[in-house]
Design a protein around this ligand. Sequence first.
Ligand code: DI6
Ligand code: FE
Length: 400
Amino acid sequence: MKTLWQNCHAATMAQGAYSIIEDAAIVTQGEHIQWIGPRAELPVGDYPAINDLKGAWVTPGLIDCHTHAVFGGNRSGEFEQRLQGVSYADIAAAGGGIASTVRATRAASEDELFASAAKRLKSLMRDGVTTVEIKSGYGLDLPSESKMLRVIRRLGAELPVSVRSTCLAAHALPPEYKDRADDYIEHICAEMLPALAAEGLVDAVDAFCEYLAFSPEQVERVFLTAQRLGLPVKLHAEQLSSLHGSSLAARYQALSADHLEFMTEDDAKAMAESGTVAVLLPGAFYFLRETQLPPMDALRKHGVKIAVASDLNPGTSPALSLRLMLNMACTCLRLTPEEALAGATIHAAQALGMAQTHGSLEAGKVADFVAWHIDRPADLSYWLGGDLEKRVVRHGVEID
Ligand code: DI6
Ligand code: FE
């Protein structure tokens, strides 16, 4: 069905900039954008359905390209501890942190995990999110990782949001493998990834490269396995220290390297050459009270594409609003509102390998967009969360 959307302005985000069309018109045909341009140039034709957007600003549907939205329990108790001075690393070393979420996630049923994650996703969707990536990584054994990934697939099937699933089996060392990290990596490579990929549960493979998680050598073995399975890779890198995981990710043509506070200019060069997106996670930066900023100047100078995501997870970023992350990207990490919006649209799409079809308003792309009742695009990074008045269209169909 051909539909015309008009009486709006568009921030198309083509080429990673606002790329504004004033007094725009959008023609959708089925799930796709068939035409977009100034209303004065609208092709003459028969439009069986016409939508008046009443002066709204239309942007691509927002894309949250890094979340851990499926998990059991929560860690507000650890938040209280950290506020009394215990560090994230201390809590992890004492068996809390990721390990405590692993216990709760293993104990939860698939339905329980689905129900709690669905609530969190609905919160993200109230911000105009139409695509979200969700990682496993709180199961850390084959049955529990498989359970998480099935929940992730089910979220995509049952909610009006496109979901990409990432296997993060190399997130932390499970208790059964205490002091045997290499053996766990071997188990991931020989058993877990091949089995999970064969079940069709994995769109990409991620790992946590950090002194309190896995070394670059261990990560490389996971990447080699992913490569053999034909799966793209991503990496949590340079969050707490500099191990040059981002350069390693670039050598494997990773879709993205994420966090990056401690990355160097050489890492930025390597990422620019491989087209690896820098995913910045201001929620974790803020929540851990980090002080080391990612090197924005080096990223800009070398032309690395920058995305912004929520990192929604129970330990370091219990973030239920992607727009709040856009604000924090501006205030804490010094992005411009235009960079932040590109980071949650076209560059986020690239970080998921979806830039051919998603992330900008262009003819031929999927018709995922939001018509916001705002004064200008910067409003999206300006308001601190809250439920802005808007209409959300996904696959050419308006959703509530
Ligand atoms: N980095 C993060 O910020 C999250 N995982 C990761 O590798 C934290 C996950 C957690 O603390 O539960
Ligand atoms: Fe993360």
